[in-house]
Design a protein around this ligand. Structure first.
Ligand code: 13P
Ligand code: SF4
Length: 336
């Protein structure tokens, strides 16, 4: 099957009218016919292929709300991948997320719509780096953030995400732990545990751009604003926040507490996605985009379903070792 551009017809417009009503606050009407044609084509082909789309919280609203079957943070996506019954998993997120889905579903076809959707944290460390650290700190268990390659996960004792990092560190019977690769997430976890963490200097190119001065400005220029921040931000930024949590942690905070005004110090699309469900909340939006997440567009997803490209593969020997570290994390994350 070859890739083709879908058509916008009156029948599709009628069929998608209830969906547009839901997202109209965040998708301008002038864009809807273009998005809508792709949305209809993707949702039809997804059924034909018995495919499921897992969408990260940083997807744009037309991907997040209109074609994703399940959405969440990276821990939730890993859990969903375990439970997925479809023949094909399309990961609307970045490469390490698709690789994690493949590692825990070796018999399923896992596709990513754009192979260039990487991550500066995953790029910051290799399996060889971890082997050297293990030689330097013998006997110290290794915890790595899921934002890493399969090679790095294969050298890891337990993976973690930003929503369970403290829990994972606390679950280990060791006083000193190698925690990789996000230095800022590690700094934040260090404030929540008495265990000593040995850190690496990896950073997220999106979250490292926020500054404490910028957050203080939001506080003075927007009365009563609540500041929520992702733990990938530098420590001086987190010190200005009212709440620190994973992408889903922040979303749940807003949904449960309904602050009148909020700023989510994280990737920009997330506020659009939450705004759809919380029209009563005013979102102040610093627009830091993740260039990797933004490669996952509706045309790329349709192309992926049409051509079944790009399949994510992992060397079976590396996948077996990486799977053990992801499964240990899922056991901690599920409270087992
Ligand atoms: P979450 O685990 O909070 O979804 O974060 C993933 C990520 O890439 C944040 O930049
Ligand atoms: Fe990686 Fe940062 Fe993009 Fe998340 S936002 S995928 S950590 S570069």
């Amino acid at each position: 099957m070859t890739a083709s551009t879908p058509e916008w017809t009156p029948a599709i417009e009628r069929e998608l009218a209830p969906l547009y009503d839901r997202v109209k606050h965040v998708i301008p009407s002038v864009e809807w016919p273009v998005h809508g044609a792709y949305i209809a084509a993707i949702n039809a082909l997804k059924k034909e292929r018995n495919a499921i789309i897992l969408g990260h919280n940083y997807m744009t609203p037309e991907v997040f709300h209109c074609v994703s079957d399940l959405v969440g943070d990276s821990l939730a996506l890993a859990n969903m991948a375990v439970e997925a019954e479809a023949d094909i998993i399309i990961l609307a997120g970045v490469h390490f997320m698709a690789e994690t889905a493949k590692i825990i579903n070796p018999d399923k076809t896992v596709l990513i719509p754009d192979l260039r959707a990487g991550c500066s944290l995953a790029e910051s460390i290799t399996g060889a780096d971890v082997r050297l650290l293990k030689q330097k700190y013998p006997g110290c268990p290794v915890v790595t953030y899921v934002n890493t390659s399969a090679d790095v996960k294969a050298e890891t004792d337990v993976c973690c995400t930003s929503s369970n990092a403290v829990q994972v560190v606390e679950s280990l019977d060791a006083d000193r732990i190698i925690f990789l690769p996000d230095e800022y997430l590690g700094n934040w976890v260090q404030t929540q545990t008495t265990k000593e963490l040995i850190l690496w200097q990896g950073h997220c190119e999106v979250h490292e751009r926020f500054t404490a001065a910028e957050l203080r400005d939001y506080r003075t220029s927007h009365d009563g604003i609540v500041i929520l921040a992702h733990p990938e931000c530098p420590p001086e930024v987190l010190a200005e926040a009212d709440f620190v949590g994973s992408t889903s942690g922040m979303i749940n905070w807003v949904k449960d507490r309904r602050p009148p005004r909020v700023v989510m110090v994280t990737e920009c699309s997330m506020s659009d996605n939450v705004a759809v469900e919380c029209p009563d909340v005013e979102f102040v939006r610093p627009c830091n985009l993740c260039p990797h997440m933004k490669r996952i567009t509706l045309p790329a997803i349709l192309r992926c379903l049409q051509t079944l490209e790009h399949e994510v593969t992992v060397d079976p020997e590396i996948a077996d070792r990486a799977r053990a570290s992801v499964e240990r994390m899922l056991a901690v994350g599920r409270g087992q």
